[in-house]
Design a protein around this ligand. Structure first.
Ligand code: ZN
Length: 271
């Protein structure tokens, strides 16, 4: 599943090139998770002002309105001067004067949604509940700790929910908790300020590093399905059940939290 770093790397791969392009036409394939919300033909003539990211959404700003794109479980975007005939899994093409932006999404959990403005109801429904952006200055330690103190569920679940901070998917949550020595089952409200500070730094580090790595391995993850990202290659705990901890050599444990696999070191993450 594309996580925040992959979405950010995708953004960086085409944002500069599509900026300033005029839309010539748009084509929808099979229905995606949500409807586009306007006749694709109505996009013709509009210009692309830029591409931003909010959580795992890419926001393509137009001179009038914006497109919210989500890669779902298996989606990938490709921007090229020309594209071959659409295949069975190519469900959206945005044909512009600078190239064609194509969404390939075999499982069709992704979406392209049009909104008149970021503040309009359709956009707010998708973006309104998103937590702080971990890679911006808006991700403040104090606000993070305050949010943790208000939540009685396990810290791993709080991170995955994305309402406090976005983009900490399953792999990154396990890794950040390992880096900060916190047991994934610990109730969020029990985390002290110093530990919250360590976790805050770990989240930033693990995501920033993934974005950095992704820059050179874009092709690898865009072809991948499921949680088999490039990041796994150097994971400290993720997907390493029974293998020795890279710090203390204790066997890594795997438990289930809300249907998702959680990996941790019982010795490095005692509480
Ligand atoms: Zn260990």
């Amino acid at each position: 599943m594309p996580e925040l770093p992959e979405v950010e790397v995708t953004r960086l791969s085409f944002a500069d090139r599509i900026e300033g392009a005029t839309i010539k036409s748009a084509r929808m394939g099979k229905p995606l998770r949500w409807a586009l919300g306007l006749d694709p033909g109505a996009l013709a003539g509009r210009t692309v002002q830029g591409v931003r990211r909010r959580g795992k959404y890419l926001l393509v700003d137009l001179d009038h309105g914006l497109l919210l794109m989500h890669l779902g479980m298996s989606g990938s975007l490709n921007f090229s001067p020309a594209q071959p005939e659409p295949g069975p899994h190519d469900h959206f093409d945005l044909v512009t004067t600078r190239g064609v932006l194509r969404l390939n999404d075999p499982r069709r959990f992704g979406a392209v949604v049009y909104a008149e403005a970021e503040a309009s109801a359709g956009a707010v429904k998708l973006l309104g509940k998103l937590g702080m952006e971990p890679l911006t200055d808006g991700f403040d330690v104090k606000a993070f700790h305050t949010g943790l103190k208000q939540r009685s569920t396990a810290i791993k679940q709080v991170l995955l929910a994305g309402e406090l901070v976005v983009g900490v998917g399953n792999i990154y949550a396990s890794e950040a908790l390992f880096m900060s020595g916190i047991r994934p089952t610990l109730k969020a409200l029990k985390i002290s300020r110093p530990r919250a500070t360590r976790l805050h730094a770990a989240i930033r580090e693990v995501l920033a590093r993934a974005v950095e790595k992704g820059g050179s391995t874009l092709r690898d993850f865009s072809n991948a399905n499921g949680e088999t990202g490039y990041f796994q290659l150097e994971a400290m705990v993720y997907d390493r059940k029974g293998e020795p901890c890279r710090v203390c050599a204790s066997p890594i444990k795997m438990i289930r939290q809300g249907q998702r696999a959680t990996y941790f070191c019982p010795d490095c993450q005692k509480s």
